[in-house]
Write a protein that binds this ligand. Structure first.
Ligand SMILES: Nc1ncnc2c1ncn2[C@@H]1O[C@H](COP(=O)(O)OP(=O)(O)OP(=O)(O)O)[C@@H](O)[C@H]1O
Ligand SMILES: [Mg+2]
Length: 292
């Protein structure tokens, strides 16, 4: 009887050590992966930009996979809002990830204010681009630290002003520790809509010239939806904005819509124009955008 427990334990330890070895191998594999995106030794700093974005015959493939994007060619003049729509998996998120160089275009060029993004330092490029993504990423830190993450010298007044503009100030005020509330595993769990508004506040603090919004597909109630839309409207003013639209209201408010299908821009125009002449857009409208 006395031997039984230790024998069981030995088996258990043996299993654990095998899992640890396998896990360790995987971790080192990831650490050793060469980075896709490297900064050139002669990279220069991007001066405060106007925010004019040009895609010149851009093609892209993930590794050795078949090309996902091809011949993407367009210009977004500074301050304009471009909505991108397309079927799920058509490469919308991939397309916008090329602007801050999370990946490099396989073919062609992306230019900001006429400069190829590959000639710039990553810090100077990314510090002028704000992102609010499909899945909001928050750190296990206080709300204050999450909002000021992109600009560590932000003052208390900057943070509160951003939270107000993002319609987040009120719910933050209702939390016991306010802006000092810890988020995540060791703290409070925020709802999807609340997380998005923290991400919007974070982007407002950075005050970027280019804004990238990957609209969440997850449903929120109509009041929250309104608060998020209003926050986004405030954030978008005066910035070049790329928004992947999953809502009709977002598509309709853009200066122009581009339809992505089969790896290329299939059509461009306003909502009314596209409904009239793009069958692809009509299908997207029927299946994704039209309020039910
Ligand atoms: N890191 C990656 N490595 C390899 N393939 C990827 C990677 N990320 C995305 N893909 C593939 O590229 C294709 C396009 O993905 P992407 O996320 O750009 O689509 P999307 O248009 O944003 O879709 P959704 O509307 O569902 O968000 C998909 O087939 C996806 O599986
Ligand atoms: Mg996506």
């Amino acid at each position: 009887m006395l031997l039984w427990m230790p024998t069981q334990m030995l088996g258990f330890i043996n299993m654990m050590s095998h899992q640890a070895i396998a896990g360790g191998e995987r971790i080192f594999e990831i650490i050793d992966t060469p980075l896709d995106v490297v900064e050139r030794p002669d990279a220069r700093d991007l001066r405060p930009m106007r925010g004019d974005v040009t895609f010149r015959e851009v093609g892209f493939a993930y590794g050795s996979a078949p090309p996902l994007l091809r011949g993407i060619d367009f210009r977004a003049p500074a301050g304009r809002t471009i909505a991108i729509v397309g079927p799920s998996g058509s490469g919308k998120s991939t397309l916008i990830n090329l602007i801050p160089r999370f990946y490099d275009a396989t073919f062609g060029q992306i230019l900001i204010d006429g400069i190829d993004v590959r000639e710039l330092t990553l810090t100077s490029l990314r510090s002028q681009i704000g992102m609010v993504m499909q899945e909001t990423f928050l750190f296990n830190m206080t709300i204050r630290e999450n909002i000021s993450y992109g600009r560590t010298d932000a003052t208390e007044a900057d943070i509160v002003a951003a939270a107000k503009a993002a319609n987040a100030h009120d719910f933050i005020g209702e939390l016991a520790a306010g802006y000092d509330t810890m988020i995540g595993e060791k703290g409070v769990r925020l709802s999807g809509g609340q997380r998005q508004r923290i991400a919007i506040a974070r982007a407002i603090v950075v005050d970027p010239r280019i804004l990238i919004l990957d609209e969440a597909t997850s449903a929120v109630d109509s009041r929250t939806d309104y608060l998020i839309q209003q926050a986004l409207d405030r954030l978008m003013v005066g910035r070049t904005t790329f928004v992947i639209a999953h809502r009709l209201t977002t598509a309709m408010r853009a200066d122009e819509i581009r339809v992505l299908a089969d790896g290329a821009v299939a059509a461009r125009g306003s909502h009314a124009e596209l409904l009239d002449r793009s069958p692809t857009y009509r299908t997207i409208y029927e299946t994704q955008l039209r309020p039910t």
